[in-house]
Ligand binder design. Structure first.
Ligand code: GLP
Length: 248
């Protein structure tokens, strides 16, 4: 794992967006795995800015959604689909028809997981997967477990994850308790991973992710086994592991 230590959120976002931009310039029909949440938000702002300045076009890019809440309408203000539409698709020339997403209202959840996994398997594979790390060490919505789930699946969210997302919903009944997510196997098959972490609040989980044993109880630890994984983190997120980082 390559660790890029940056000063702040802005630098983290610019560093990540430059890598993604370069990939899309080199391969116009690149496949990108899109994460949501607060960590990648400014990455999408930077990419939209680069598009505005005619530095890159996303017209031929295909996107795969990393995860999605179960039970929310596609354009619900808190759905991950809507997040991507509002923060990226509507601000660039990305073609919404090229965005693959879970059907959050699917009646048959197993069938929906197979459909999504097959779609991904039939593609040329994700060139860049963008990721954040949740407070439980989850990636996508792969919560702590006894084994690393391989394929797309349906999950019951941990209380800590539900609590972390509560601020985005008007009342507790509205907060989704279940979600769809790509599996760890699907994530690890991406050719390149860009992991974004910022803020002191993530320093404890970063220490466990980087220094503890590789275990499905902290799903993010598996990222250390990926051949091309770049973790871009600010100094606050890295503050508990500073002594272990090599000087450049
Ligand atoms: C959320 C999402 C993940 C996200 C992670 C971190 O619950 N399911 O895709 O990467 O938790 O979120 P944030 O970036 O807001 O800290």
């Amino acid at each position: 794992m390559r660790i890029v230590r940056v000063d702040n959120y802005k630098e983290m976002s610019k560093t990540a967006s430059d890598i993604i931009k370069e990939q899309v310039i080199l391969k116009k029909d690149a496949i990108i795995g899109f994460a949501t949440g607060s960590s990648p938000l400014a990455v999408y702002e930077c990419l939209a800015e680069d598009y505005k300045n005619k530095m890159v076009s996303f017209k031929k890019v295909r996107g795969f959604q990393l995860d999605e809440y179960y039970g929310l309408e596609r354009l619900h203000s808190q759905s991950f689909y809507y997040y991507m539409k509002k923060n990226f698709m509507d601000k660039t020339d990305f073609d919404e028809a090229n965005f693959e997403a879970f059907d959050a209202l699917a009646a048959d959840i197993n069938k929906e997981c197979s459909r999504y996994e097959t779609l991904l398997a039939k593609s040329d594979g994700i060139d860049i997967q963008i990721l954040g790390i949740g407070n439980t060490g989850h990636i996508g919505f792969n919560e702590p477990a006894e084994t690393f789930p391989d394929e797309a699946h349906f999950v019951k969210l941990e209380k800590e994850t539900i609590d972390a997302n509560a601020k985005f919903f008007a009342n507790t009944e509205e907060i989704p308790k279940y979600a769809f997510t790509l599996g760890i196997g699907s994530i690890m098959k991406a050719k390149k991973l860009i992991v974004l972490v910022n803020g002191r609040g993530k320093s404890d989980i970063i220490k466990k992710t980087l220094c503890g044993p590789i275990t499905p109880k902290i799903p993010a630890t598996v990222l250390r086994l990926h051949p091309d994984c770049t973790l871009i983190a600010d100094k606050e997120a890295l503050e508990l592991v500073e002594d272990r980082l090599e000087e450049k």
